[in-house]
Design a protein around this ligand. Structure first.
Ligand SMILES: NC(=O)c1ccc[n+]([C@@H]2O[C@H](COP(=O)([O-])OP(=O)(O)OC[C@H]3O[C@@H](n4cnc5c(N)ncnc54)[C@H](O)[C@@H]3O)[C@@H](O)[C@H]2O)c1
Length: 258
């Protein structure tokens, strides 16, 4: 299949580790130049350096996606230093756990914690998309892929996530559809991926009990890998998915089929 991503530019938020890091390398393997963005600059720098060593251009950018000014600077850096932005992947996210590796109960979540999770997971995707889409509209081309979650569809045990996380991911699925419907006429596609439990640093903080229960509910009997998410993200960002928009693709070993 012709992905047609060679020489294009992708911006990946939360690209310093885990699923975001795998997404950066999956793009790099297609010859795509990458802006590796993370709140943790050292990790973004390390990923960018490794990408450059295999060929494509890669620049690290420190950005807290919850801040609108950082999102604006991130996208303008991509345009200024790499000549444009063809693909945006809104991957940065957090999933706070309690001391036992489980979720806070809904009634325990303080307003500051609610706002922190919404700020990064939902507003972060909104801010970066707003900035990227303005440029993409001027070019009449582009693709955005949002990282949602199975938790946006099944907000209950054995998910190790809380109501703030689940609501942020459900909202991302909705935002994906809304934005997709608004920008389709400009040749821009917006899709999402809803991962199940993926063996990334984030999943390691979940309790043994919840991880075991997730495994038992997963028909494929194992967790996914960051690379298995990355492949679907790159497909959705590519010309291989040229007639796919507003879609949220489950990548969850069969946990939810809808
Ligand atoms: N791991 C899973 O089981 C799983 C399942 C479903 C969805 N997801 C989603 O996949 C995405 C990536 O998750 P992961 O498992 O790789 O997590 P991770 O914690 O391993 O990595 C997240 C990355 O995002 C960065 N980040 C955190 N806050 C940020 C901010 N404010 N601004 C910019 N970057 C920030 C971190 O520094 C880190 O590099 C998240 O959106 C997460 O919700 C993960």
């Amino acid at each position: 299949m012709e992905f047609n991503l060679k020489g294009k530019v992708a911006v990946v938020t939360g690209g310093g580790r885990g699923i975001g890091e795998a997404i950066c390398f999956a793009f790099a393997n297609e010859g795509t130049h990458i802006v590796v963005s993370d709140i943790d600059y050292a990790s973004a720098q390390a990923v960018a350096e490794r990408i450059r060593s295999i060929g494509p251009k890669a620049i690290p950018v420190e950005a807290d996606v919850a801040r609108q000014d950082h999102a604006a600077k991130l996208i303008s850096t991509a345009i200024g230093e790499l000549g444009g932005i063809d693909c945006l992947v809104n991957n940065a996210g957090i999933s706070p756990k309690n001391a036992e590796g489980g979720p806070a109960m809904t009634w325990e979540i303080g307003v500051d914690e609610w706002d922190r999770v919404m700020g990064i997971n939902l507003k972060g995707s909104l801010f970066c998309s707003q900035e990227a889409v303005k440029y993409m509209i001027s070019k009449k081309a582009g693709a955005i892929v949002n990282i949602a979650s199975i938790a946006g569809k099944a907000p209950f045990e054995p998910m190790a996530t809380g109501a703030h996380y689940d609501a942020s991911k459900a909202a991302i699925i909705n935002l994906t559809q809304r934005l997709a419907s608004e920008v389709a006429e400009y040749g821009i596609r917006v899709n999402a991926v809803a991962p199940g439990r993926i063996a990334s640093p984030m999943a390691k903080f979940a309790s043994q009990r919840l991880n075991q229960a997730m495994l038992e509910r997963t028909p494929m009997g194992r967790f996914g890998t960051p690379e298995e998410i990355a492949k679907v993200v790159v497909f959705l960002a590519s010309d291989g998915a040229s007639y796919v928009t507003g879609e949220t693709v489950n990548v969850n070993g069969g946990w939810i089929m809808d």
